[in-house]
Design a protein around this ligand. Structure first.
Ligand SMILES: Cc1cc2nc3c(=O)[nH]c(=O)nc-3n(C[C@H](O)[C@H](O)[C@H](O)COP(=O)(O)OP(=O)(O)OC[C@H]3O[C@@H](n4cnc5c(N)ncnc54)[C@H](O)[C@@H]3O)c2cc1C
Length: 284
């Protein structure tokens, strides 16, 4: 289905102008992929939890996959998930089936498609650790293709070989485990998030990537930027790598804040922070 939509209604930051070409595509209208991939700019949107759309209207097409199946194929030890399935729902599904190693997904408010693309992770786990293969719609060849995990070259919060491909589903490793351990890991992860991250919903998780050499949050904290704000968007006092927007704030303020923090950290410590969140649309 094609819609007109205000993009602020479909992202966790609640930023974004209008988009007249918002394609929500499910199994029933797969042919819409070809229309959405016309000669226009396009963006594939999952749950919008790692994205800040511009306040200006988006002139291109937004492709929003709508594939929600989830099933456990016991004899193969596999879990098949549609690309739109919410990550915390996977953690709960694994728990219900006594499957282990998806506990890290409990507090990540994204979809399977976004988690593959971003190689989302937490507590030492990454999505690629539980991934076996994905099914994609290749917008160029106009065919559904299967990619094994090894075809994707995952690294920290990054993947490759996914250009012009819409993820439709993923096959995950479903290993049976000790129910008590699964339960305690879930509890621990939920508590850790509550203790260390802001509860405000208007954010997109970590703004900058961490590396083996530094923690972005620690550098921002050391630069004394905790609590610093620009027009309603603030470096969280609880976790310096989370920038939280108040109701009615603009994406342009987040953009300015991100650039300001980057400049200050660079000038104080000589470290060039790399953005994890994605700015989409026109900002200058
Ligand atoms: C409160 C909060 C906590 C967070 N904590 C974490 C955390 O602990 N660890 C972590 O890694 N992230 C975290 N995040 C960030 C975010 O949730 C993850 O990056 C998540 O994987 C993004 O998924 P999404 O569906 O929202 O993707 P989107 O934000 O919609 O898109 C992200 C990228 O994925 C691409 N994409 C989305 N769906 C598809 C698809 N079907 N096919 C092809 N490409 C697609 C988009 O084009 C874009 O490039 C957090 C965010 C919030 C708001």
């Amino acid at each position: 289905m094609k819609y007109n939509i205000k993009l602020s209604t479909v992202t966790t930051y609640k930023f974004g102008g209008y988009c007249n070409n918002f394609y929500k595509i499910s199994n029933n209208d797969i042919d819409l992929f070809d229309e959405a991939f016309s000669n226009k700019e396009y963006f594939i949107l999952g749950k919008g939890s790692n994205v800040a759309f511009s306040d200006k209207d988006y002139e291109g097409n937004v492709i929003n996959p709508d594939f929600n199946e989830i099933s456990f194929i016991k004899n193969l030890g596999e879990v098949k998930v549609g690309s739109s399935v919410f990550l915390p729902d996977i953690a709960r599904f694994y728990k219900d089936k006594n499957l282990i190693n998806a506990e890290f997904l409990i507090g990540i408010p994204g979809s399977v498609g976004g988690a593959v693309k971003m190689n989302a992770g937490a507590y030492g786990w990454e999505f690629s650790d539980i991934l076996s293969s994905i099914e994609v719609y290749n917008l160029v060849t106009k065919k559904i293709e299967t990619l094994d995990k090894d075809d994707i070259n995952f690294s920290y919060r990054s993947s490759s070989n996914l250009e012009n491909k819409v993820i439709i589903s993923a096959t995950l490793i479903g290993t049976e485990g000790d129910p008590a351990l699964i339960k305690s890991r879930l509890k621990e992860n939920i508590k850790y998030r509550k203790d260390t991250q802001p509860s405000a919903i208007y954010n997109a998780g970590s703004v900058f990537k961490n590396t083996d050499q530094y923690s972005a949050g620690e550098l921002i904290d050391k630069a004394e930027l905790k609590g610093f704000s620009i027009d309603g968007v603030k470096v969280s006092n609880k976790h310096a790598n989370f920038f939280v927007a108040s109701k009615g704030a603009n994406s342009s303020s987040l953009y300015k804040l991100v650039n300001h923090v980057k400049e200050v950290v660079d000038s104080k410590f000589g470290v060039s922070l790399q953005k994890e969140i994605l700015f989409v649309g026109k900002f200058d």
